[in-house]
Design a protein around this ligand. Structure first.
Ligand code: AMP
Ligand code: MG
Length: 514
């Protein structure tokens, strides 16, 4: 690997703490602190994403030193590690300083096309931002992040990527259910990549302290590196930046709704400035369609981060970013307009996406109502979101609809359900007849929009159990399936969640414990 090509331009650009002291503390007015990795002597590589490594210009594993790097064991001299400071709003409240508590940056690599990618470990040790925690990650949460971020990428959804996963060689204490029964779990460390890991929270952190020079430096750095589309000579360049962030965020949200992804912890510190899905914790794909579903047990009282709430929350988070950027933009009405447009744009794009899911070539004025009714119907009848669209593709009036849709229900199919399904299919067929494209084209559109494979939580749960027993069969199969989500490679993965897993912790609901 080209480890000697890794550089840390961030360290030269911003105010930071170079003391290297690991003690947890407040670090006002600065954007990073240099820090050491834990040096895991007995760590061991489980997965390496060679294709990604080649793409970003890091190349393939050639020697022990490459493995030692990925395993957070020994680093080459040029890799100067650091953790960044950020703040954020958690569950709607200002949380003050947060920061990379268990993420440590190795720096940045450039490929032959001049594209730059940041690399960081997750779980490689404590930093000044670890907030009384250990900076470690368990195998359970690391497998979940590795597989899910790759699954999202292959679904075509903007996301951070996973480069490698290793056993750290340590045992880590975690209280999985927060009930006082802490146990030891296998520790792990992963490396992940993104063009940038900057979050809304970085801007909030600096702005909240009225450090306007650093805020401008940070925004200029962001524009220079990641927003080439913004004209730097334009008097409203910062407003344009905010508009594009809102647009990218809306696009990401539409994609989450397309595949039924629930993030679970949409705090502003978990919002990427590039509109990438970031920080995979208690996430879930929907099994049964449910707008009120939240996978996060910590979120259960208010369901703030429930599936159907996510666009509203994204807008709320953008408000916080608007406040943070205000000293640069200084125009309330511009910011308000962008925030209002977010809502309008989101719904336009959302309806276009829903139309593609159903195989409609365009959105008709009556479709808003059709989509809302379809959502209500899927929710009332406890229908599997992914399997329903899969069956819809192969449905024709000639097939016996009852048998055709039998396996998409989580509840017992009553006579009333049966009637509702029949009525829905009739309405759907007549709406399809409005298409001006051929049936073949419509079906092709549906195939490209509706995944056949989603990484359900129960599959991750089984995969983690297997890995804990030293088996890798399911992991190998899942890695293949998630690379080809629009095909059905393993029919056993195209089944609804087995009833055995209903309500089981780790399968439908999860804690943040990681
Ligand atoms: P999250 O809920 O994962 O977005 O994390 C919120 C904050 O807590 C971030 O600053 C994390 O870096 C920090 N944090 C969470 N878990 C740990 C851990 N095990 N060790 C250190 N810091 C952590
Ligand atoms: Mg986070």
């Amino acid at each position: 690997m080209n480890l000697d090509q890794i550089k840390q331009p961030f360290l030269d650009r911003f105010p930071g703490d170079f003391s290297g002291i690991p003690r947890q503390r407040q670090t006002p007015k600065i954007l990073f602190s240099t820090t050491e990795i834990a040096h895991f002597d007995t760590s061991e590589l489980i997965i390496f994403n060679e294709k990604l490594s080649e793409e970003i210009g890091l190349g393939t594993i050639e020697n022990e030193a490459d493995k030692d790097f990925l395993n957070a064991k020994i680093l080459p001299e040029n890799v100067k590690t650091y953790a960044t400071a950020y703040a954020g709003h958690q569950f709607g409240n200002w949380a003050g300083q947060l920061g990379d508590g268990r993420a440590i940056f190795a720096g940045e690599i450039e490929n032959s096309e001049g594209e730059k990618t940041e690399i960081q470990w997750k779980g490689a040790g404590a930093t000044p931002y670890s907030r009384h925690a250990d900076g470690r990650a368990v195998l359970r949460s690391s497998v979940r992040e590795y597989l899910m971020s790759e699954a999202m990428h292959h679904l075509g959804i903007p996301t951070t990527r996973a480069l490698s996963l290793s056993y750290s060689g340590e045992q880590v204490v975690r209280d999985l259910l927060y009930d006082g029964n802490a146990t030891y779990e296998k520790g792990a460390v992963m490396t992940r990549t993104a063009p940038s890991f900057l979050r809304f929270g970085h801007f909030e952190w600096i702005s909240a302290q009225n450090e306007h020079t650093t805020l401008q430096q940070l925004t200029d750095f962001t524009l220079e590196n990641y927003f080439p589309e913004v004209d730097r000579n334009h008097p409203h360049q910062y407003a344009e930046f905010f508009r594009i962030v809102a647009e990218k965020t809306a696009d990401m949200l539409v994609e989450w709704f397309r595949v039924g992804f629930v993030h679970g912890v949409m705090n502003t510190d978990n919002m990427s400035i590039l509109g990438l899905t970031i920080d995979y914790g208690p996430f879930s794909f929907l099994d049964e369609y449910d707008l009120n579903f939240t996978p996060n047990t910590t979120d259960l009282p208010g369901r703030r981060y429930a599936f159907g709430n996510q666009a509203k929350i994204a807008q709320w988070n953008l408000w916080q970013l608007a406040n943070a950027l205000f000293p640069l933009i200084k125009n309330e009405s511009t910011l308000e307009k962008i925030l209002n447009d977010f809502n309008t744009n989101f719904w336009i794009k959302h309806d276009e996406m829903m139309a593609r899911k159903f195989g409609f070539d365009r959105v008709l004025p009556s479709d808003g109502e059709f989509f809302t009714e379809a959502q209500q119907f899927m929710q009332d009848l406890e229908i599997d979101y992914t399997l329903f669209f899969k069956q819809l593709e192969t449905y024709t009036p000639n097939v016996a609809y009852k048998t055709h849709f039998k396996e998409v229900f989580y509840s017992r199919v009553t006579e009333d359900h049966d009637k509702k399904l029949k009525d829905f299919l009739n309405t759907y067929r007549s709406r399809l007849a409005e298409n001006t494209i051929s049936t073949t084209d419509s079906l092709e559109m549906m195939r490209r929009t509706n995944p056949k494979f989603i990484l359900r939580n129960y599959l991750l749960f089984e995969c983690i159990n297997e890995l804990n027993e030293g088996k890798k069969e399911l992991l190998t199969k899942l890695l293949i399936a998630l690379e080809n989500p629009y095909e059905e490679i393993y029919p056993e993965f195209s089944l609804k969640r087995p009833s055995f897993y209903d309500g089981q912790a780790g399968c439908s609901t999860l804690s943040c414990s990681s």
